[in-house]
Design a protein around this ligand. Structure first.
Ligand code: C2E
Ligand code: CA
Ligand code: CA
Ligand code: CA
Length: 279
């Protein structure tokens, strides 16, 4: 990459130089991929226990690369955030997910999931245009706003710009707000009285060790109590085993998401009741 004057440190190390060049190339590829229609949305069920019904699905983007196959978001979302492409890519995901939800509602009626949950990055949330863009997608797809949840992280909420105002506007429309990766940030609890929130997504790191009688289980228990006390709903993320599901249920969790219930897929099984907890 060419060295710009006035930025002596950024390009100092040859390693960084290489990374920058690689990221620039990837950024251009991502832009082309969006125009070429190479992104796909996979959906992962969020299941209510003990009934086992799929009450919501989370939309998770993938890149179907013509040579390299299916690429997961960790490989390209950070670069899309850096280059700003996340704004267009995020809008594309939101539209695709809303369209899918409208189709499921037409196909399955009352058996369709109640809500579609879509991840929104800091960069999207900070833009003053974001709430209008969401409203426009809801209007053109015909999805009722109450059927949409946006998942934001603490970092995005604190990312400044118009983030907090955007959340208030979205909520006024009837859209739900979920705090993603809850419990992993620096002041997750402080956030709860400064921003409008409906759902806490309790991070996988707590779920992983919830069956051991240790600190993780204590925190998982505290988080469901905070959630219940504030009248929010809590989703436990990354549930992989029946033992974890049982332990979470015993703590009071009623919404579970993870490979145990289903991996993200282009057309997940929405109607079969899922394995439930041993009450
Ligand atoms: P996230 O929002 O925390 O999504 C949950 C991630 O955990 C997903 O990874 C999901 O496939 C994975 N997961 C779910 N259940 C389990 C489990 O039982 N075990 C394990 N090991 N993993 C599980 P994925 O799809 O690779 O997405 C990674 C991250 O990329 C997401 O984390 C989210 O931060 C971001 N991302 C994905 N799609 C989008 C998008 O459309 N927009 C934005 N801005 N970010 C997205
Ligand atoms: Ca998420
Ligand atoms: Ca998460
Ligand atoms: Ca995460």
């Amino acid at each position: 990459a060419a060295k710009k004057t006035g930025e002596p440190y950024r390009h100092w190390s040859p390693v960084l130089d290489e990374r920058d060049g690689e990221n620039a190339r990837l950024g251009a590829e991502l832009q082309a991929a969006l125009h070429a229609g190479q992104f796909r949305v996979h959906y992962q069920p969020i299941v209510a226990v003990p009934e086992g019904r799929v009450v919501a699905v989370e939309a998770l983007v993938r890149w179907q690369h013509p040579q390299r196959g299916l690429i997961e978001p960790a490989r390209f979302i950070p670069v899309a955030e850096q280059t700003g492409l996340i704004v267009d890519l995020g809008a594309w995901v939101l539209r695709a997910a809303c369209e899918q939800m409208v189709r499921w509602r037409a196909q399955h009626g009352a058996d369709a999931p109640d809500r579609m949950s879509v991840n929104v990055s800091a960069r999207q949330l900070a833009r003053p245009q974001f709430p209008d863009a969401v409203a426009a997608i809801l209007t053109t797809t015909g999805l009722p706003p109450t059927c949409l949840t946006v998942e934001v992280t603490e970092t995005a909420v604190f990312g400044g710009g118009h983030a907090v105002a955007a959340l208030h506007r979205l909520r006024a429309l009837g859209v739900r707000i979920a705090l993603d990766d809850f419990g992993t940030g620096h002041s997750s609890l402080g956030l709860l009285h400064t921003v409008p929130v409906d759902v806490l997504k309790v991070d996988k790191s707590f779920v992983d060790r919830v069956t051991e009688a240790g600190r993780h289980a204590v925190i998982a228990k505290a988080l469901i109590q905070v959630s219940d006390g504030l009248g929010l709903s809590a989703v436990a993320e990354g549930v992989e085993t029946a033992e974890q599901a049982d332990a979470l249920y015993a703590l009071g969790y009623r919404l579970l998401q993870g490979y145990y219930y289903g991996r993200p897929a282009p057309s997940p099984d929405l109607l079969t009741l899922h394995p439930t907890v041993r009450v």
